[in-house]
Design a protein around this ligand. Structure first.
Ligand code: APR
Length: 227
C-alpha cells in the first residue's frame, strides 16, 4: 500500500500548455462540456466529438512535461511503491516524465475503447474516420476517456490506496468534480495528513490540513525537496 498518494488535475499540465477546464467559463476549447464530454453528446454528434479528441491527441505531440511532472517522477525514484499518482488528466505527461505508478481515473487520450468488444488499444492516430478495432474488426472505437455520467476507472484501487495513505496531496485541481473531489475527505477520515498545492484557493481548500498556493511548476519541486 503506498504511503503517499498524489492526486493531480488539469493545473499540473497548465504550464506545459494544456488548457484547464474551469478557468475558461465552463468552455473547453470553445465547446460546451455537454457537447464533447458526455455519452449523449457522442451519440448526437460523434464526428464533432471525434474531431475534438483527435485535436487534443494531436496537440499532445507539441507539449512536454514540466517541472511538476518531473518532480513527481523523481519522487517515485526515491519512494518506489510508496508513491501512487492518481490523475484526472487524460494526457500522458506523467508517464513521459518517467512516472510508472499512475492511475488515470478519467481515462487516456492515447487509448481507444471498442464499443463492440469493449477492449482497449493504444491509439496515437485519429478516430474520426472510424477505423476498425484491431481486436474484433468492428468500426465502433471511441476515445477511452470517462465522460460526465460515466464511472471513473480504478475506483476500488484508488479508494483503497487513499484510505491506507499517510499523506494525501492534491495538485492543480479545482475540487469541483466528484468522486475525485471527495478523496481528501476519505484520506482525512482514515487519518492521513492532507496538503493542497494549487494556483489559487479551490472549493476544496478548507478540507486540507495545509494549502499552498502558486504554480505547480514551483510548488511541486519545492514540496518534493522537503520529503
Ligand atoms: N499550477 C497549479 N494549479 C493551477 C495552475 C498552475 N500552473 N493553473 C491552473 N491551476 C489550477 C486552477 O486554479 C484550478 O483550480 O488548476 C485547477 C484546474 O481545475 P479544473 O480546470 O477544474 O481541472 P480539474 O480539477 O482537473 O477538472 C476535473 O473535470 O471536466 C472534467 O474530466 C475533466 O478531469 C477533469 C475534471
Amino acid at each position: 500500500m503506498p504511503r503517499v498518494v498524489v492526486l493531480t488535475g488539469a493545473g499540473i499540465s497548465a504550464e506545459s500548455g494544456i488548457p484547464t477546464f474551469r478557468d475558461a467559463d465552463g468552455l473547453w476549447e470553445g465547446h460546451r462540456v455537454e457537447e464533447v464530454a458526455t455519452p449523449e453528446g457522442f451519440d448526437r454528434q460523434p464526428e464533432l466529438v471525434h474531431w475534438f479528441y483527435d485535436a487534443r491527441r494531436a496537440a499532445l505531440r507539441a507539449v512536454e512535461p514540466n517541472a511538476a511532472h518531473h518532480a513527481l517522477a523523481d519522487l517515485e525514484q526515491r519512494l518506489g511503491d510508496d508513491l501512487l499518482v492518481v490523475t484526472q488528466n487524460i494526457d500522458d505527461l506523467h508517464e513521459r516524465a518517467g512516472s510508472t505508478r499512475v492511475l488515470h481515473m478519467h481515462g487516456e487520450l492515447l487509448s481507444a475503447l471498442c464499443r463492440a468488444c469493449e477492449r482497449r488499444t493504444r491509439w496515437h492516430d485519429d478516430l474520426v474516420d472510424q477505423p476498425p478495432c484491431p481486436h474484433c474488426g468492428v468500426c465502433e472505437l471511441r476515445p477511452d476517456v470517462v465522460w460526465f455520467g460515466e464511472i471513473p476507472y480504478e475506483m476500488d484501487r484508488i479508494q483503497d490506496a487513499v484510505a491506507g495513505a499517510e499523506l494525501f496531496v492534491s495538485v492543480g485541481t479545482s475540487g469541483a468534480v466528484y468522486p475525485a473531489a471527495g478523496l481528501v475527505q476519505l484520506a482525512r477520515a482514515y487519518g492521513a495528513r492532507t496538503l493542497e498545492l494549487n494556483l489559487v484557493p479551490s472549493v476544496g481548500t478548507p478540507m486540507f490540513h495545509e494549502a499552498r498556493h502558486g504554480p505547480a511548476g514551483v510548488l511541486v519541486p519545492e514540496w518534493v525537496a522537503e520529503i
